[in-house]
Design a protein around this ligand. Structure first.
Ligand SMILES: [Zn+2]
Length: 243
């Protein structure tokens, strides 16, 4: 379980590198979340626009229906006028009754049309009220969303700068590492690509444990680590142990 080396690398340098790795990973994770958040906010904004435009479209379609029904009423009235004139010149009672029946029927049809127009007018009035309320709420919400999108964009820029700076710091740290320490670090990083690769020893009662996986570490190993004789890895999680 030991990694014998002639020279024990300065673990504080490795810890600093690990710290940078962790920070870079956190920044990258936060950056990766941004496109989905942006998409969600843009989607919300589009949904508001879509709902308003659907209502506007519905109002305009109902207004067109009213225009068409009004035209039908006018045509019916003009036909009725002609029939009423004709009523004066009919020769027989039968012709008179037939014409009168047509005139009465037309009136019944027109009443139905007028009823439909009134219903549509009520619906339009309700829709207009709803639209007015939704527009007000939608504008406030969109203002909020715009602010959030702006904040997100600022955050993204900050994180990108941070990521660049961390990358530079990492490169500088790597340059400053002795070759053997860098080799050890690369080996550990390859075995544990995610998360921490060093683990602090923590005292529990009269013994020491690995702080990452909590498994006990033998007192002899702790003594050797204290003396800085060589590098020791945790038997369970394979992280490099340090005090
Ligand atoms: Zn461990």
């Amino acid at each position: 379980m030991t990694t014998k080396q002639s020279l024990v690398p300065d673990l504080s340098l490795l810890l600093a590198l690990e710290e940078l790795d962790q920070k870079r990973k956190d920044v990258q994770e936060r950056l990766r979340e941004i496109p989905a958040k942006t998409e969600r906010l843009n989607g919300e904004s589009s949904r508001i626009d879509r709902s308003l435009s659907e209502k506007e479209h519905s109002i305009s379609s109902k207004e067109k229906s009213i225009s068409s029904l009004e035209l039908d009423c006018k045509t019916s009235q003009s036909h009725e006028g002609e029939k009423k004139v004709k009523l004066n010149s009919v020769k027989t009672q039968k012709e008179y009754d037939a014409l009168k029946f047509e005139i009465d029927q037309a009136q019944v049809e027109r009443d139905k049309l007028e009823e439909k127009i009134l219903l549509l007018m009520d619906e339009i009035s309700e829709l207009k009220d709803l639209l007015k309320r939704e527009k007000l709420a939608g504008e406030a919400k969109k203002k909020e969303l715009k602010q959030e999108l702006g904040d997100l964009s600022t955050t993204e820029k900050t994180l990108q700068d941070e990521s660049k700076s961390l990358e530079e710091q990492t490169q500088a740290q790597i340059q400053s590492l002795p070759e053997d320490a860098l080799r050890e670090y690369s080996r550990l990083r390859a075995a544990l690509p995610e998360g921490r690769i060093l683990s602090k020893l923590v005292p529990i009662e009269n013994a020491f444990s690995c702080s990452t996986c909590n498994s006990p570490v033998s007192p002899q190993i702790v003594v050797n680590i204290k003396k800085g004789l060589s590098l020791f890895r945790c038997e369970i999680c394979r992280r490099l142990l340090y005090l």
